[in-house]
Ligand binder design. Structure first.
Ligand SMILES: [Fe+2]
Ligand SMILES: [Fe+2]
Length: 194
């Protein structure tokens, strides 16, 4: 009775592939969760994302401050809107910080130099309409900036690109919300040219 020869592990391409993948994954443990298929410039990606992180932190701070500082009977609904945006900006902040970590970087939460790293401004605004305007301007800047970054990451880093696309969708909603509030509280559809 002849027993069927058991193939040696080396004859099994599937197992060999798994071993190879594990070896590769282990070899890259020290440089973070970036696979060999990453075709972008990791250092550049981290540097860009540090700026996005700063932008989101500034947005969290600005909306949080506005949600507390907005006063008067007319501001009630607006305050809630500011508070909701602050929460969503914080979610963005976390997503970006996680991505920096995955790429092997250290998310920069240092308050020193934060305003310089950010693409949006921390502007207080003297009254409700000014606050809405400041947020509207900041959102417009964020939308333009993120669209540009999405084009930059393209197919070189689809994970970062997809993350930015989902953030962009929320920023576009935020822009519309601020635009609608501006119309409701100032009666003008657009900001006057400065
Ligand atoms: Fe955001
Ligand atoms: Fe936003």
């Amino acid at each position: 009775m002849t027993a069927t020869a058991t193939p040696k592990p080396t004859d099994t391409p599937f197992l060999t592939d798994v071993k190879e993948l594990r070896k590769r994954a282990r070899a890259h443990l020290e440089t973070g969760n970036v696979t060999q298929s990453y075709t972008g410039d990791v250092d550049q990606a981290i540097a860009i994302l540090q700026n996005v992180l700063a932008t989101e932190i500034v947005c969290v701070l600005r909306y949080t401050m506005h949600s507390i500082a907005a006063t008067g009977i007319a501001s009630e609904g607006v305050r809630d809107e500011f508070a909701e945006h602050a929460k969503e900006e914080q979610e963005h902040m976390m997503m970006v910080a996680e991505r920096i970590d995955q790429l092997g970087g250290k998310p920069n939460f240092n308050p020193e130099g934060l305003a310089t790293r950010s693409a949006s401004q921390y502007a207080e605004g003297n009254n409700l309409v000014d606050m809405i305007k400041e947020n509207y301007i900041a959102e417009r800047i964020a939308v333009d900036h993120y669209r540009e970054l999405i084009r930059y990451f393209a197919d070189n880093d689809p994970t970062t690109r997809v993350m930015l696309e989902s953030i962009l969708a929320t920023e576009e909603e935020h822009t519309n919300d601020m635009h609608d509030l501006l119309v409701a509280h100032e009666g003008k559809p657009m900001l006057p040219a400065d």
